[in-house]
Design a protein around this ligand. Sequence first.
Ligand SMILES: [Zn+2]
Length: 432
Amino acid sequence: MLLRNCRLVVTWSEDGSPRILENVDIRIRDNKIEEIGRDLNKETGEEEIDCSRRIVLPGIVNAHTHSPMVMLRGYCDDLELHEWLSRVWEVERHLDERLIELGSELAIIEMLSTGTTAFIDMYFYPHITAQVAKKYGIRAFLSPPFIEVLISSDKCLKELEDFIRTYSGDRLVKPIVNVHSIYTCSIECVKRAHEIAIENRLIMHIHVSETRKEVYECKKKYGKFPVELLYDIGVLSENTHLVHLGWVTSREIELIRETGASVTHCPVSNMKLATAGFFPFYEMMMQGIRVTIGTDGAASNNCLDMFREMKTAVLLQRNNYWDTRIKASHVLKAATLNGYRVLRIDGGDIGPGKIADLVMLDLDSIYLQPIREDNLISNIVYSATGRDVSMVIIDGRVVYDRERDLERWRERAREIREELNRFIEKFVQAHR
Ligand SMILES: [Zn+2]
């Protein structure tokens, strides 16, 4: 495939700063970028896509979500986390495979059409989400979650082993080890989960230090802060992926750095659930910790658009630090290059040999003007939304082309709405 005359292309230089290419051709062979240059010769039989009116970005990773929860978008919006969780768990006990399929499909068409190329997911029935992800061609990292307050860890363990067996060799769907949190799982459970992650070389994905309540109760029960506890029980490692971290001490940041664990910032969800705190983006970045960005589920966000998330991340950080030390390029790098590093895929950047996961924005979008090479990164982070995405390529295949797919997907979303609303309305009536 030849992407002809790409007007503006965002790549990353060695020192981590953005490097913009203009008017270049990009050749993709199989699932990798083969070469970038001017006036490349078209090979016989090669598909050519005119990119003269497109901005090309590396693939974007939503590093923390609960995709099927899009079905609970707008379900209970004005509650704080622990009260919100109990309301959500009440509905979740009534979910079945059909509802998960519909929620996954709605989330995946939202993510793809707004430029997400890969997502890290934590939810029940992951084999259903995995099948939908394969059908649409998005990268999905998921597994059944350990959440002992709802499901016994033996049951989860068995499901996890099956899931790992099924998806170990898959191109797009990759198993991880999901642990909900230290307040919903025992120490033994978290330790076992981490052992499985190490044995199978997988990510262990866990919510940590999201609220003051969690930190307070951890300190009361174990005499330690949450990240400190994870360190002391031996589950902080390069495989560990920590989400939220709104309430962490400098000592805990040091432990994350020392062990090579990675982290995700979910600014919208944290603000909306009023968990407050302060994700120390700058300190972590300066220590070389892989900082990534996630939307969290659409029940607490309420959208899965990573462009909106990137902008909010910068704004929240500026509000926290009272200065502008966090730049647009920092969050764009967190959402692209760092995301792929956590996934251990050589992507999130555009260059020969990199995986061919690309997101294209409409150069002529009203909302990005006047766009130039010198304001490109700013306009991508502060002005673009997912609705400016015109094409998405994953693993060398065009998986979303706005002209080809948007109308059809809108129709599909309408059908899904009818079915989901029937369930929600029935549930609300029965439990009022
Ligand atoms: Zn979450």
